[in-house]
Design a protein around this ligand. Structure first.
Ligand SMILES: Cn1ncc2cc([C@H](O)c3cccc(CNC(=O)c4cc(-c5ccc(F)cc5)cc(O)c4O)c3)ccc21
Ligand SMILES: [Mg+2]
Length: 214
């Protein structure tokens, strides 16, 4: 049977990256996506912006919406302090299966909890099922029409505290107009746009960083 793109991406990681070395996993995926097949990872250019937000914030609890193959999961988890936790939500079982192996190859299983399911169903269960009070950082990279409803849901479930940071991918391409309008107009957020490019291309895209003011 034919392999899928995520499976071929995983093959490139196993072939070219060193077990236990997250940076080599990130490099192998970027190389695969530049030289072989484009894939919707946040990529190296936006990835550097993601790295700077994570290192500045030094978060103890991180929520990622949309794991895909685990590229940004590995990027974030590799920068977390000891005992910090990253919970990542993926509804597609095939993506989840590949992501688990990418995360394991990077040696980051102990920092990452990949939960299979849809954000809208899992977010209300966060505090009880996953023993999390609030998130210091949320990385939004799932369906673009879910960014806004899930942000409102996180507010309602009390998962954001003063200083919590939302970092949203693809606010230009494919675009998340309703989400952008909401966080930029709301007095409860301080928003900042980081201009960049769609992963592995020259097309404009960017990340929106929004600090929850409580
Ligand atoms: C509810 N819920 N809960 C968990 C959860 C997890 C998922 C999956 O991880 C998943 C599956 C398919 C698509 C996405 C969103 N990502 C994108 O659509 C995207 C597109 C492009 C792009 C840009 C230009 C193109 F020409 C084509 C694609 C560039 C990007 O960086 C993207 O992130 C995420 C979905 C819903 C979920
Ligand atoms: Mg994305």
């Amino acid at each position: 049977t034919q392999s899928t793109r995520p499976q071929r991406l995983l093959g490139a990681v196993k072939k070219n990256a060193t077990r236990g070395d997250p940076r080599s996993v990130v490099k192998a995926i970027d190389q695969f996506c530049r030289q072989k097949e484009w894939a919707m990872n946040v990529g190296d250019e936006k990835g550097c912006i993601l790295d700077s937000v994570v290192s500045e914030l030094n978060p103890a609890t991180v929520l990622e919406l949309g794991t895909y193959c685990g590229y940004s999961t590995v990027r974030i988890a590799s920068m977390l302090p000891p005992h910090a936790k990253l919970i990542t939500l993926e509804f597609n079982p095939d993506y989840a299966a590949v992501a688990r192996q990418v995360i394991a190859w990077a040696g980051l299983e102990d920092k990452v909890q990949l939960v299979e399911g849809a954000s809208g169903d899992l977010i209300p269960k966060m505090s009880e099922q996953f023993e999390v009070e609030t998130f210091d950082l949320v990385f939004l990279d799932h369906w673009k029409d879910r960014y806004l409803p899930d942000t409102k849901l996180m507010e309602e479930c009390g998962l954001l505290k003063k200083g919590s940071v939302l970092l949203a991918d693809n606010v230009i391409c494919p675009g998340t107009p309703e989400y952008l309008e909401y966080v930029r107009a709301s007095p409860r957020y301080e928003s900042q746009y980081f201009r960049s490019h769609l992963e592995y291309t020259k097309v404009e895209d960017g990340l929106e960083k929004s600090v929850f003011l409580g």
